[in-house]
Design a protein around this ligand. Structure first.
Ligand code: HEM
Length: 263
């Protein structure tokens, strides 16, 4: 039976003589879900990196997302609901992307020979996206599931303990590399595909987009590595008190009423 994907298209019609719009719709959904995820990741990296401003800054952001400044107390379930929504989008995006991957060794070889033949940097980027996307199936799912089911364990000490005492740092290093490469390449490819910022000179704007892509990747990788280092440092210092949650200065006397990152 004929196999189909981007390079081996099957006839895209359901009835003879009638073209189906489904491939275009699926393509749009894939692009749109990817766009939302990439923008979400920019926000996520800024929130996670508040640890660089100090434990109190990260604590404040954490409690903000638990609704503590809107309600009488924090509600970690809000975080669970938000993660479930992101997880659903993540799964939808992965599901739509699988259509584009080679499905057997023969197709894989054809892809690779095209890549060597074309020597086209955007074709090479497609490969990086395919590999990093595949890695994220596993790495991203582990992270999202843990955060979704432990929403009350996010905070300066809890997150650092997870990195060091719960051995999440190797996964985070790989996930950080994968997500930053995947996200910025994805946004670059979307910009080229949909003609964003094209202007009058398409060649010149593509050059600028490429430069922008490299800058964005380097910026978020640097921010991620610095944040990771900060969490690891705190996690190492906090190893002997593993499990104890952060309590901001000035609220310690309330500790006995409510343990954890909640004052
Ligand atoms: C609403 C959904 C999400 C929440 C609430 C969340 C929360 C967090 C938190 C609190 C941390 C700090 C470490 C920890 O506590 O374990 C973290 C780190 C990280 N997350 Fe997420 N995350 C979400 C979605 C994602 C997604 C979709 C990805 C990528 C697929 C991702 C990739 C990462 C990476 C790479 C780090 C390490 C950051 C660094 O190197 O500084 N996260 N996340």
């Amino acid at each position: 039976m004929a196999k189909s994907n981007e390079y081996f298209p099957a006839a895209s019609s359901t009835r003879p003589g009638k073209k189906s719009r489904m491939p275009a719709k699926l393509d749009f959904l894939q692009s749109f879900s990817g766009f939302l995820l990439a923008i979400f990741m920019w926000g996520h990296m800024f929130f996670v990196s508040t640890i660089l401003l100090g434990k109190d800054a990260m604590y404040t952001v954490t409690k903000f997302f638990e609704g503590m400044y809107f309600f009488d107390k924090p509600y970690p379930i809000i975080v669970t609901i938000a993660v479930a929504a992101v997880f659903t989008l993540f799964i939808l995006h992965a599901f739509l992307a699988v259509r584009k991957l080679p499905i057997d060794y023969q197709q894989y070889k054809t892809y690779r020979s095209h890549m060597y033949m074309l020597k086209h940097s955007d074709t090479n980027l497609w490969f990086i996206q395919a590999y990093t996307g595949f890695a994220m199936f596993f790495l991203g799912s582990v992270h999202l599931y843990i955060i979704m089911t432990n929403p009350e364990k996010i905070g300066p000490y809890a997150s650092s303990d997870r990195m060091v005492s719960e051995w999440m740092w190797p996964l985070y290093i790989l996930l950080l590399l994968a997500v930053e490469l995947h996200g910025s390449i994805g946004l670059y490819r979307l910009a080229v595909k949909w003609g964003w910022f094209e202007g009058r000179d398409a060649k010149a704007s593509r050059k600028n987009l490429k430069r922008g892509k490299v800058l964005v990747t380097v910026f978020f990788l640097a921010l991620g590595v610095m944040s990771l280092a900060a969490y690891i440092k705190i996690g190492l210092e906090h190893r002997s008190q593993y499990g104890e949650m952060y309590i901001p200065a000035g609220t310690q006397n309330q500790e006995s009423h409510s343990p954890g990152d909640t004052p």
